[in-house]
Design a protein around this ligand. Structure first.
Ligand code: MG
Length: 379
């Protein structure tokens, strides 16, 4: 299936309410998503596959939406004419053409997997080694706020079926975070649910060690500090299990995290690591070292969420924690009703589609006019 064309759309995804991370130092009110469609053909057979890449704004990771589209522009001519059914080969070509910049490659990689699934008549969860379209537990995401507001948000999410919550805390004042955790923990225990405290890099190692040795909570603590080395320093001095997120971009980062004993689990996000091909490899590596994983994406519509749910559904339950759905935070729905969602008949869980490929087809009229189209010179 030779790649004959790559089409690119930009789509604004406003959040349904502003969202604060990292102790309130990072605020987000709208995401900028990029959709791609890769057209491939072999004789009379033509298949199109879609991908989505949506950084969480410009300040969360070294990734931004304009960079996705610039990266696709750089990569497109190198991919035209290649076999879309060989994603490992596609990834090697992308890495030769543009070293680094994993977030700029994710949508192209995902579109190739969508084509591979449609060609083989298999849903993505099956292409990734899954035995069934298993229901994946969901977790809420609770914006940094005053303790009482965070508790109300957790209670609201609990009523919507979520049993695991990712509460965003962090800042320079240890007392404020000790107060937040101590206020939330009794509510969590009363609900019989779980809370991961996600610091999003906001603590210095000294604040992390002070807070985590002052509270009774023994659940997961996520990305306490900026760097992997700082997180490892904290992991050695606190009683809670540490989950790594923003400091893991490459396979080398995963190996180094394991070597340093920097944690017991990770957030695995296809758009952060470069797409499904690399996320699948890192998922299998994480399984081999006994890590637990939250598998979800950095951001995006129900399309990006569904890709991540396919990967989660194909991961052993013993090492799979819950997944977050970004689309629940959006004021728009460009793939209306499609894909893995928190549905009333299965609250708190998302089930990946069992139609071939990703199983979500964006409505191109809703995506609007492509911002770029790249085509082979000859048919
Ligand atoms: Mg996180």
């Amino acid at each position: 299936m030779k790649i004959t064309a790559i089409h690119v759309w930009a789509l604004a995804l406003p959040l349904n309410k502003p969202y604060w991370l990292s102790g309130g130092r990072l605020k987000f009110s709208e995401l900028d998503s990029t959709f791609v469609r890769i057209d491939a053909e072999d004789g009379d057979r033509r298949i199109s596959g879609f991908g989505e890449a949506c950084p969480w704004g410009n300040s969360y990771l070294p990734a931004h939406a304009a960079g996705v589209r610039a990266g696709v522009q750089t990569l497109a001519s190198a991919l035209l004419g290649m076999n879309a059914l060989a994603p490992e080969n596609i990834n090697r070509r992308m890495d030769e053409t543009l070293p680094g910049h994993p977030y700029a490659k994710a949508a192209l990689d995902i579109a190739c997997w969508d084509i591979l699934g449609k060609f083989t008549n298999m849903p993505l969860w099956q292409c990734l080694g899954g035995a069934s379209a298993s229901a994946v537990a969901l977790n809420s995401s609770i914006s940094t706020n005053a303790p009482q507001t965070m508790i109300e948000d957790i209670q609201h999410a609990s009523a919507a079926g979520y049993r695991i919550h990712s509460a965003k805390i962090g800042g320079s004042d240890a007392a404020t975070d000790i107060a937040r955790i101590n206020a939330i923990e009794p509510v969590r225990q009363q609900l019989g649910e779980k809370v991961t405290y996600d610091i999003n890099r906001a603590w210095t190692p000294s604040v992390a060690v002070e807070v985590l040795n002052s509270v009774a909570a023994r659940g997961w603590i996520e990305q306490p500090c900026e760097t992997l080395a700082q997180c490892a320093q904290v992991a050695a001095r606190v009683p809670q299990p540490i989950m790594l997120d923003e400091c893991l971009h490459t396979a080398a980062d995963f190996y180094e995290a394991h070597r340093l004993n920097a944690g017991e689990g990770c957030k695995l996000k296809p758009n952060r690591v470069g797409g499904i091909t690399k996320a699948r490899f890192l998922r299998d590596y994480a399984i081999s070292i006994g890590w637990c994983m939250h598998i979800e994406d950095v951001g995006g519509s129900a399309f990006a969420d569904t890709v991540a749910i396919h990967l989660a559904a194909s991961t052993p339950e013993t090492q799979r924690l819950a997944s977050w759905l970004c689309h629940a935070h959006l004021a728009v729905d460009p793939v209306f009703g499609q894909g893995a969602r928190n549905r009333p008949d299965n609250l708190g869980y998302a089930i990946p589609p069992s139609t071939p490929g990703v199983g979500v087809v964006p409505d191109e009229t809703q995506l609007g006019t492509p911002v770029a189209s790249y085509r082979s010179a000859s048919p």
